[in-house]
Structures are given as structure tokens and as C-alpha cells.
Design a protein around this ligand. Sequence first.
Ligand SMILES: [Zn+2]
Length: 308
Amino acid sequence: MAIGYISHHDFQLHDMGHHHPEQPARLSAINDRLIATGLEMVLHRFDAPLIERELLDAVHDSDYIDAIEAAAPTDGIAWIDGDTAMNKHTLTAARRAAGAVALGVELVIEGKVKQVFCAVRPPGHHAERHRAMGFCLFNNIAVGTLHAINRYGLERVAVVDFDVHHGNGTEDIVAGDKRILFCSTFQHPFYPHSGYDSQAANVVNTPLSSGAGSKEFREAVETHWMPRIEAFEPQLILISAGFDAHQADDMANLNLIDRDYHWVTRKLCEQADKTGHSRIVSSLEGGYDLHALARSVEAHLKAFLGEH
Ligand SMILES: [Zn+2]
């Protein structure tokens, strides 16, 4: 079965200015790689729709959504926090990024595809219930999670996050919600300086020290994530797929390689297969070295196909 691939040209128009690492070229690099490797042939492409307001309201405070809408500039760049900005195309891109994950959830639950990758910008996992930060405006993965629960009545949804940064926004939104299990690996101490002291029973945070690589990451996944995910028996797995823990990525100091993304994806696929549905929806978060990002996404998607 083909892999669902959800993206949109509007994501390329969201631009926070020259030299901002979260740049339109990230998606071009991924796209070029998919064409060069022939992976393009096994993708079933969908355009990311605009998110319905009701689905955003399930995740963010209404006042916060209004404030983001009001902050959207008609010209130039409006800074929302120290490293997060909007141009005149950003609001539409953010609505489509959240819409992509919601559509991904619909596609896998309705059985149209088994796995979906959402190639989106802006990313989402730092966006809290009422705060934008870290390049993120709306929490795309949380929108998909709550959509699966509210519209389709799923009772157990796992969200895993292997971005190098802790998914503070996702934790803020899902902590304490027993229908959701949230697992995150991240460099610590490091931005956003959260996650190392979490108390919520449904949150499995695994900090990794600066310099950690494949061995430490795989041990963390095997020891901390997988037993919890297995016991939880999720009906759907969502992935906050950030690739900035790659050794080539200057954003941080972890040393993952392309194969690690293949490995962790296979682990999650094997778990998803146990439900008989194999449902996975993955959404792009970080990843700023363009070559490493493109190769890592390739490894991630090949793992969906069961390829080595
Ligand atoms: Zn990141």
C-alpha cells in the first residue's frame, strides 16, 4: 500500500527571513530527495487542507487562536517570540500544517492508507495551549491526536517525539490525559529547558546528554518508550518527526545517523502492526541540515515500506 504524503505549496511561502534555519528550502530538499531516490513513485500525494477552527479549539485556547490571527501581518514580518515570526502567508501555512495532520488521521482511520507523512511548515511541537514559541504556532500533532479521539472515538493514542528538542507544547496539551501516551527523547540540558522533571503519569520523557548518539538513543527507546507503548496498546501512533538530533545538524549536539531514524520507525511500525491496523501518522518538526534532513526523511519513509 502507498504511503500517504500530505503537503502544500503554501508551506513554501511561510518565510521568517534570510538566515532563519526554519526555511522553505527544507521542504524542497526533502522533495528533491524523494524524486532522486524514486520514493516519489510510492507516495500517494494529498494537498493539506485548512484546519477547521473547531479542531484548533480542541487544542488551543480560543483567545490564543484569535491573537495569532490578529498578529498576522499583511506585509513584512511580525515577530511572535524571539525566534518565531509570521509573514503574510504564515497563517495560511499554519492552518494547513494542522490540517495536514488532521487529514492524515482521517486517511489512516478510514483505511485509505496505513502510514502518512506530513511534510509541513511551520512545525508544531513547541506550541503550547496558549503560547507560540520555537518556530511553532499551532500544535499540529496535538490537533491530530485530539481529532482522532473526538471525531473517531479512539480511546488510546500514542504520540512519540524524537526531535532533539523536548516537545513542551505537546506535553502542555496532553499531560494528564489518560487517553494519550506521550513519549519524548531530547537533548538535556537544552532548549526549551523542560521535560526533565515532568510528573504526569502519561508522559515518558527521556533526556539525553549532549554528545549522545545511536547507542544512547536506541537504549532510551528500547528501555523507556517501547515497554510503555506496548502496555498502552495504542490504536494509533503519531510521530513528531524532528530530524535535528542528526550528527550533521548544527542546531544541537546529539549524534544520530540516518539509520537511527529507520530503526526507530521500524520499531514503531512493528508496534502498530500488532493492532492489526498499522496506523501511523508522522509530521515533520525540526531538522535543519538540508542534506541530513532529506536523507533522514528518506530513511523514515523506507522504514514505512519495510525496506532497508
Ligand atoms: Zn527541534
